[in-house]
Design a protein around this ligand. Structure first.
Ligand code: NAP
Length: 275
């Protein structure tokens, strides 16, 4: 795990960069095009979008304009809650591909575990996977009980579970469960949307290495073997967030960061969401 291009290998053998750029709340058009262009210039090869973010066109445009061969990129998108169900998901996937201007995505995720619908939705993802239009499939915001429910019936195990994960929400049990089942954990809101950047422990640890609290958190993700997708539209920060491959936290520092856990969420609890 020594460069921005370092990858984890998913259960089906597909490689996925440990670091990606998140683009939630980034406006379609110039804003997202500039953020993705900057990230790709710096060396990011992994972009995390979703139908819900309404910026797939801009992501696709920036990817095409970069001239980087498609096979070197890892593009994730997700099916939104209102599109869940078998046929509706197949249709939503076509719309996403069209907006992205791509022939396939690298990872397609069920965005949230919508009750009574996520299993049908996942069946559509299995079809998309078998048809070769997503190189990997997975879920997002799934608790252990959602995964157990899905694993009992699915044909193809999800390769990834993307969840809220940061030093205030360390998700140890979920992480252990995912590891046991060969599901790669991926962190959304790794920086807790900026709320953790004044945290004294992180400042203290960062001082030793000449790194910022954001860099300390992202390094902690990597050393925990969690894929991470910090969002930024600020070129200096996009660069800063990728400058995490030249230092290593000690076991004691990892534990100090773990001890910041409060089981505190910045987003909704997957057992209790109304969207
Ligand atoms: N699956 C899901 O349900 C789900 C939910 C939420 C998010 N996500 C994904 O996860 C990605 C990341 O999560 P997020 O966007 O919620 O939050 P985040 O990455 O934890 O934080 C983003 C915020 O931190 C700021 N920031 C970024 N780098 C910084 C740095 N080095 N120093 C100081 N501030 C910094 C950004 O500001 P600027 O942009 O102004 O620089 C932005 O305000 C999303 O973009 C999305 O792709 C998925």
């Amino acid at each position: 795990m020594d460069s921005i291009k370092a990858c984890t290998t998913l259960s089906n053998g597909v490689t996925m960069p440990w670091l990606g750029l998140g683009v939630y709340k980034v406006q379609n058009g110039e804003e997202v095009i500039n953020a993705v262009r900057t990230a790709l210039e710096i060396g990011y090869r992994h972009i995390d979008t979703a139908a819900f973010y309404e910026n797939e066109e801009g992501v696709g445009q920036a990817v095409r304009e970069s001239g980087i061969p498609r096979e070197q990129l890892f593009i994730t998108t997700k099916v939104w809650n209102s599109d869940q169900g078998y046929e509706t998901t197949l249709k939503a996937f076509e719309t996403s591909l069209k907006k992205l201007g791509l022939e396939y995505v690298d990872l397609y995720l069920v965005h949230w575990p919508v009750k009574g619908k996520y299993k049908e939705t996942y069946k559509a993802l299995e079809k998309i996977y078998k048809d070769g239009r997503a190189r990997a499939i997975g879920v997002s915001n799934f608790h252990i009980h959602h995964l157990e429910d899905l694993l009992a019936e699915c044909e193809i195990k999800p390769m990834v579970n993307q969840v809220e994960y940061h030093p205030r929400l360390t998700q140890k049990e979920l992480h252990a469960f995912c590891k046991q089942h060969g599901i790669q954990l991926e962190a959304w809101s790794p920086l807790m949307r900026g709320a953790l950047l004044e945290e004294p422990t992180l400042i203290d640890i960062g001082r030793k290495y000449g790194k910022t609290p954001a860099q300390v958190i992202l390094r902690w993700d990597l050393q925990n073997e969690v894929v991470t997708i910090p969002k930024s539209i600020t070129p200096e920060r996009i660069k800063e967030n990728a400058d995490i491959f030249d230092f290593e936290l000690t076991a004691e520092e990892m534990e100090r960061i773990d001890s910041l856990n409060l089981n505190k969420r910045s987003g909704a609890d997957p057992d209790n969401f109304n969207f």
